[in-house]
Design a protein around this ligand. Structure first.
Ligand SMILES: *Cc1c(COP(=O)(O)O)cnc(C)c1O
Length: 405
């Protein structure tokens, strides 16, 4: 799954180029930087590799989402429809621009159910934000249709799906804007970083200014820049971008290894007829960073998780249903509106409402789902060992639990 596993000489070389000049900042200092522009180069590479017109790097995936929302004009009082299953960063960004997260059910794609999205639309809805969790995607054609019908913005949180494709296009390049995260555990890493991708020039220009205090980047030097709007500092540094530049050049090999290892391990799980797998929308191509699989019931899933723990093979397997970061069931700080500063009454009311909300359709999916992270550095021997142990453990649980009383 993560590019950090194959950090090496290429990354050190790119970082060293920056250290040689000492210009660690991405803007300005044109003379002393001696032609070294790692952030610019990485942005160019992102447009080429993923096939979008514009890319604006940011300091994180979270700030990329915030930036995209601001650039798309999403703000106070606007409702953003998003899934119950995602990383906490998704709703952090929504709240940061003053908007209201409206959570809806996920289905067996592990992403928003288009029917649930449709049912959640109100006069305040401004945006649909699918989150392409664990390498695979939402039904983007269905969501695009809903957006067109209701004149809504489509913002893809593709932070976890670098390298996934939908009908020939890279995830993150299909909506009005899309984001990747390059944090330490993502498919390619900058240590910390993110990107806003778009084919809309205005969204790009706004993202560029927003991430750098509103500077218009049109002055002869930074001091001469004007400020058409208020921005923040969500810049990436040259050191971080340098790591990303080395990583993006290796993305093809990362994805090749990921697919190969995913397929090999999945073949073991496929031996068990009780196991089913995550649904991939038609025309979708999973990045293969995880294998997400389902057992028939919550009780069996919990028993398998417990037995895997007992056998010492749980590491790298995620039971999101009870995980503190990724599923609504554990987002008490959100449901209790625990913020450090005052938020708008509308935002607060919407969050407190979540305490009593129930999502049985999401629970029915997530309580049966385990995601197995795929390593790039497994040997064939390790995959065999892992696969055999998983199969034996799962079979043991199925045999004891499914015996007629
Ligand atoms: C990682 C992640 C983010 C945020 O990324 P950071 O770079 O860690 O801020 C946003 N959304 C999802 C779904 C993520 O997995």
């Amino acid at each position: 799954m993560p590019g950090f596993e194959l950090f090496g000489a290429e990354e050190r070389k790119e970082v060293n180029d920056v250290l040689e000049t000492g210009i660690l900042m991405r803007y300005g200092f044109d003379g002393p930087r001696q032609g070294v522009w790692k952030a610019k180069e990485l942005e160019q590479a992102i447009t080429e590799v993923f096939g979008c017109q514009y890319a604006q790097l940011t300091s994180s995936g979270t700030s990329a989402l915030t930036t995209a929302m601001a650039a798309l004009g999403i703000g106070a009082g606007d409702e953003i429809i998003m899934p119950t299953f995602t990383f906490v960063a998704s709703f952090e960004a929504v709240l940061s621009v003053g908007a209201i997260p409206v959570l809806v059910d996920v289905d067996e794609t592990l992403t928003v159910s288009p029917d649930a999205v449709r049912a959640a639309i109100t006069s305040k809805t401004k945006c649909i934000m699918p989150v392409h969790m664990c390498g695979s995607m939402a039904d983007l054609d269905a969501l695009k249709e809903i957006c067109a019908e209701h004149q809504l913005i489509l913002l893809e949180d593709a932070c976890q799906s670098i390298g996934g494709m939908y009908k020939g296009k890279a995830l993150g390049t299909i909506g009005d804007a899309g984001t990747f995260s390059f944090d330490f555990v993502k498919t390619i890493t900058c240590a910390e970083g993110g990107v806003v991708m778009t084919n809309n020039k205005e969204v790009y220009i706004k993202s560029d200014g927003y991430t750098d205090h509103g500077h218009d980047h049109l002055g002869v030097d930074r001091g001469a820049d004007l400020h058409p709007f208020i921005g923040y500092n969500y810049r990436i540094s040259e050191l971080h971008a340098a790591v990303g530049l080395a990583q993006i050049r290796k993305l093809g090999s990362f994805l090749g290894l990921q697919k190969k290892n995913n397929k090999a391990l999945r073949a073991y799980l496929e031996q068990i007829p009780e196991i089913s797998f995550r649904a991939i929308p038609e025309g979708g191509d999973d990045s293969c960073s995880f294998i997400s699989w389902f057992l028939p019931t919550e009780a069996l899933t919990k028993a398998v998780v417990a037995e895997m723990k007992e056998q010492g093979i749980l590491a790298g397997n995620f039971y999101w249903f009870v995980n503190n970061w990724h599923y609504l069931s554990k987002w008490d700080h959100l449901k209790n509106a625990q913020t450090l500063h005052a938020i708008s009454p509308e935002q607060k009311a919407a969050l407190l409402q979540l305490k009593d909300a129930s999502f049985p359709a999401s629970d029915a999916v997530m309580s049966r789902c385990i995601s197995t992270a795929i390593s790039l550095v497994w040997t064939d021997e390790q995959i065999k060992d892992k696969g055999e142990k998983m199969v034996a453990t799962i079979r043991k649980v199925l045999q004891t639990q499914m015996q007629p009383a």
